[in-house]
Ligand binder design. Sequence first.
Ligand SMILES: Cc1cc2nc3c(=O)[nH]c(=O)nc-3n(C[C@H](O)[C@H](O)[C@H](O)COP(=O)(O)O)c2cc1C
Ligand code: SF4
Length: 433
Amino acid sequence: MTAGRKIIMDFEVTPTSHTLADYRARRGYQVLERALAELRPEQVTKEVAASGILGHGGAAFPAGRKWGVIKLNDEQPHYLCANADEGEPGTFKDRWILENAPHLLIESMLISAYALQVRHAFVYIRGEFDLPYRRLQAAVDEAYAAGLLGERILGTDFSCDLFVYRGAGSYVCGEASALITSIEGKKGYPRNRPPRLTVRGLYQRPTVINNVETLSNVRAIVEMGGDAFKRIGTPKSPGTQLVSISGHVERPGVYEIEYGTPLAKFIYDECGGVLGGGKLKCIVPGGISTKVLTAADIEPLTYDHASLTAAGSGVGSGGMVVIAEGTCMVRLLQILLRFYHHESCGQCTPCREGMGWMHRVIDRIVAGQGRPGDIEQLIRISKANDGTTICGMGDAAGYATLGILAKYRDEFEYWIEHGRSKLQGRIEVAAHG
Ligand SMILES: Cc1cc2nc3c(=O)[nH]c(=O)nc-3n(C[C@H](O)[C@H](O)[C@H](O)COP(=O)(O)O)c2cc1C
Ligand code: SF4
């Protein structure tokens, strides 16, 4: 399913499309072969930089800039990790790649490992992923058996091993530094930067961590050349984005959108609009850490970084949630805050105490015991978290809260004053309590 050009989802999914045989029939591993034969490692990095591709894990950092920090030929090991934790609620697009195109990820990681002169690469995959893990591990096994992984790949001097590491079900372990400490066998705690992970990462060595989707684009970038890739999408958002769309939507699923596609057209035409012909209230555009956009907000927007950022939100992790008219935003925020409170790793005081505090405030509002200053309290705590914590989770909970309060303050005021939802009697409460 697509809106515009396809890079990742450019084949028909069948019961065997994840296998090596099918991938080879789609010209699989030919770009790796060509890269090893014709390009020097630094030329591959140059193409990635020229493509302008931005990270697809949430922070939209230019991949070429990250890769450019790695010093080649320093005689010391450095590492590459694919982030397949995908813990952001509403996000399930990397899962599509792991289940349907695991060899695309492996080929792209091998090309990336060659560019970065990495001998050992890792995929950190969330513990709850069962089929994606089995598909990926089977693909890794197939690649080893075919001489595509391990010593002297395709008869060249390039050798690379790929390890699949399963997480144990922690949202914070998707944060890049926590992911590293988890692979090292320690508690998955984020750590302060600097030093950046490209300077001191896994096992204290320079490490590139990229999202599964970011890396999966590398094959296409090298095949078509960075300049051609940059012409897809918009100048500031080159390429496409896999969007997982769920919630009150007629046709949920994973879609590939070329950046620059009109957002409303995507939701209404491509995805069939609101479930059961209902009216759209708002969307969470890119994982719960991005601010909600109302039905009116999205009308003029295109789906790309510049457009969504200018509207006060973002592409985030590509996890879009559609919320129908009649959904209570107080209950929705309660669900989000419960999640953040549960997932805080507890290292930073503003996050550890702030998440619990916000959760208690929203719980008492919903219990009909809200107090007049509660909205201001939620705003104050959200702002106190901003920029004062080790990782981005403290900020993210604040953004989500401030975004909902800015647009739907009346629903919170009503609940505090009347002890019940403004929408009571005509709601279906937000999904999954
Ligand atoms: C709490 C938290 C959770 C995160 N979870 C993920 C995740 O599941 N997958 C992911 O790719 N990035 C996640 N990130 C972002 C990573 O720290 C990092 O920016 C990303 O993996 C880099 O890859 P990219 O540049 O290709 O986007 C998370 C960040 C935070 C603060
Ligand atoms: S912000 Fe929260 S989740 Fe991140 S390191 Fe601090 S306490 Fe842990």
